[in-house]
Design a protein around this ligand. Structure first.
Ligand code: 2AM
Length: 224
């Protein structure tokens, strides 16, 4: 019998080390608390609740997905296109188990997802698969995606609304970045201690952090 090929993982990515994970969970929850109390947010609450008179507790609204990580390649145990080619790259093999610093530059909140926007270094981009930014994007938005720098989709999913899959965070992030580079400018802007908060319509919020937050992370594969 042929020896079986080693199975491919569910995905590859950078995993926040546990102390950082705890810190990020706490500080981002604080941000949700702040957002929840803003008049500007309350004005658009129906985009989260479907009812302008209903309140929402954002900390409960989003379910945290741990371990916190920034996905590079979703392999789906080999079912995803390009998974094998990615796993076979020397840089991928050599990087497993090595540490890096992820730079979080912003936070996004939408009725579906809560995520951290990560800015990748040229070295980190070596592990970013070609075409990854486009996966799952509706054709109508593709021209906008192609105008964004490679790696724009890089993010850490911090939480998802009930029934929403984590893959949605990257799609929501790209949608926001496309809007930011387009003609339509953010509707509401509020200066917070953490940074500049913009409202992008349809329940989409973006906080540009005043200071990027550096997170120690380890590159690794993940299987359930
Ligand atoms: P995420 O990167 O937005 O958090 C396991 O499901 C992990 O793989 C999650 O972290 C998830 O989303 C990511 N993921 C799931 N399906 C994906 C896909 N089709 N493309 C890219 N990433 C995906």
């Amino acid at each position: 019998a042929q020896p079986k090929e080693p199975a491919l993982p569910l995905f590859y990515g950078w995993f926040l080390i546990s102390e950082v994970e705890e810190k990020i969970k706490c500080s981002t929850m604080e941000f949700l608390k702040t957002l929840d109390t803003l008049e500007a947010f309350k004005k658009h609450i129906s985009e989260f609740t479907g009812d302008a008179d209903k309140e929402v507790d954002l900390e409960q609204y989003f379910q945290t997905k741990t371990p916190l990580h920034c996905t590079t390649e979703f392999c789906d145990y080999g079912k995803a296109e390009g998974a094998k080619e990615y796993a076979e790259q020397q840089v991928v093999k050599d990087s497993c188990g090595t540490g890096t610093e992820l730079s979080v530059v912003g936070l996004i909140v939408t009725p579906r997802t809560f995520g951290a926007h990560v800015s990748l270094t040229p070295e980190q981009l070596l592990l970013w698969p070609t075409g990854a930014d486009k996966v799952g994007i509706p054709p109508a938005d593709l021209p906008g995606v192609e105008a964004l720098p490679v790696g724009s989709r890089a993010h850490v999913t911090l939480g998802c609304a009930a029934g929403v899959e984590a893959v949605q965070t990257g799609i929501d992030l790209l949608e926001i970045l496309i809007l930011q580079q387009g003609e339509e400018k953010a509707v509401t802007v509020e200066e917070l201690e953490l940074g500049t908060l913009s409202y992008m319509g349809q329940g989409r919020w973006y906080l540009a952090l005043r200071e990027p937050v550096t997170c120690d992370a380890i590159f690794s594969s993940f299987s359930e």
